[in-house]
Structure formats: structure tokens, C-alpha cells
Write a protein of this length. Structure first.
Length: 147
């Protein structure tokens, strides 16, 4: 059973319990050496995750990245945020033109902005989607004119 130099691990709860301290220890709890427990915590601090082995013992593994659906959701959210953020520049340019005022964007910049926004809309249809490194690239000047 458990001693001072051991910790209990439950695969069903994915948690650790201290012998003699925890009253509600799950039935599947297994005893592990304190040194193993400390190694597991060190691995977790280094970015690994603690998971149960097939035998119910705790082990370290590399964290799994997001699945494809999660990556797609992240990229759609990013795209939607950028579209919303650039709406202001489009609206401002159109308002300035409608008022006959001097536009804050040149005709070329406005065309580049519209092209970028269209590329954002088409991004989810791209074969490279949802690879964030293949996102549509904003015009260089855009960061200097959008609030």
C-alpha cells in the first residue's frame, strides 16, 4: 500500500492523491514512488502532459496540438477579427469619398485593402487552410493606418 515515499494516482480522474490526507481516493488509484511523482511534475512544467498508460500508471507525453476542427475555428475567428478590424478603414475611405474629402487611403491602397479582405473571405476555401503560416498577408502599410 502507500507510504510516506509514495503518492497515489487515479487514471480515471487523472489526478494525484496524498496517502493519509485524501479521504476519497478512487478505487483505481495506484501507488507510485515520490521520485516518479516529482519527475512527472518536472515534465509537466517542461510542457509535457501527464496521462495514464494502458496499465493505469501515470506517464509523460508531448501535448497534443489542436485537432483540425479546432484549428479551423481558430483561423476563422482570426479572419473574422481582421475583417471586422479593417471594416473601419473601408467605411472611413468610402465616407471620405462620399463627402468629397481627401481620402486617408490612396486608390491603390484601397484596392489592395479590398483585395486583402477578399483573400481573407476566401481563406477557408484554400487548400492551405487552416495552416496559420499560409494566412493571407496584409498590405505592409495597413498597420500604420488602422487604429
Amino acid at each position: 500500500m502507500a507510504s510516506e515515499n509514495t503518492v497515489l494516482y487515479s487514471a480515471t480522474l487523472g489526478g494525484f492523491f496524498s496517502p493519509g490526507v485524501s479521504d476519497n481516493v478512487p478505487a483505481d488509484a495506484v501507488s507510485i514512488a515520490l521520485s516518479v511523482y516529482l519527475e512527472l511534475l518536472g515534465g509537466q512544467e517542461a510542457g509535457l502532459e501527464i496521462v495514464p498508460s494502458e496499465q493505469g500508471m501515470p506517464m509523460l507525453r508531448a501535448r497534443l496540438g489542436p485537432n483540425r476542427a479546432q484549428q479551423q475555428a481558430v483561423e476563422r475567428s482570426w479572419r473574422d477579427d481582421v475583417l471586422q478590424h479593417t471594416d473601419r478603414s473601408v467605411a472611413r475611405h468610402r465616407d471620405e469619398i462620399d463627402l468629397g474629402a481627401i481620402s486617408s487611403l490612396t486608390i491603390v491602397q484601397f484596392g489592395e485593402l479590398l483585395g486583402y479582405r477578399q483573400a481573407l473571405r476566401e481563406w477557408p476555401l484554400s487548400a492551405a487552410f487552416p495552416d496559420a503560416s499560409k494566412r493571407p498577408v496584409a498590405p505592409v502599410w495597413l498597420a500604420s493606418v488602422t487604429p
